[in-house]
Design a protein around this ligand. Structure first.
Ligand code: CA2
Length: 143
């Protein structure tokens, strides 16, 4: 069972900046992840929060809730949240970091991730497909 987490502002997907993030909404993304989960034979739970503390609690509780891995798009928290980094490194599940846009082709501050080093890997710039690739990795890692 996989946990898909989206951080701050990702609830605004599709409503603004379609040139950067596409025109599909968060709901479209979550339905797509659920459909991929069904195709791959893996249950998927999708959650989004604009609150750092809520994301930390979901990560802390993920193992005891029965999840086997986490795909996370931490939004801008990626670039500065040591609390999020500590929450990821302080729990045992494999985590894949995903960014819809190519953060390395954007502003300098987006080039730095403080969370990627405590994740299994980072996928950036492949749109929603990055979530599927992260899911596939975690399913493969389970086997
Ligand atoms: O590319 C990504 O997935 C990001 O994680 C998205 C974050 C950004 O801060 C990261 O640098 C890269 C932003 C979340 C989406 O923000 C939106 C704001 C308005 C309209 C649509 C999306």
């Amino acid at each position: 069972m996989l946990l898909i987490l989206n951080g701050p502002n990702l609830n605004r997907l599709g409503l603004r900046e379609p040139g950067v993030y596409g025109s599909q909404t968060l709901e479209d993304l979550e339905r797509q992840c659920e459909a991929w989960g069904a195709e791959l034979g893996e249950a998927v739970t999708c959650r989004q929060s604009n609150y750092e503390g809520q994301l930390l609690e979901w990560i802390q509780e993920a193992q005891e809730q029965g999840f086997s891995g986490i795909v996370i798009n931490p939004g801008a928290l990626t670039h500065y949240s040591y609390a999020l980094r500590d929450a990821i490194s302080g729990q045992p599940l494999p985590v894949v970091e995903v960014h819809i846009s190519n953060v390395d082709a954007r502003e300098e501050f987006r080039h730095r991730s403080v969370t990627a080093a405590v994740c299994k890997g980072k996928i950036s710039g492949l749109g929603f497909l990055g979530y599927r690739l992260g899911m596939e990795y975690l399913i493969e890692a389970e086997a």
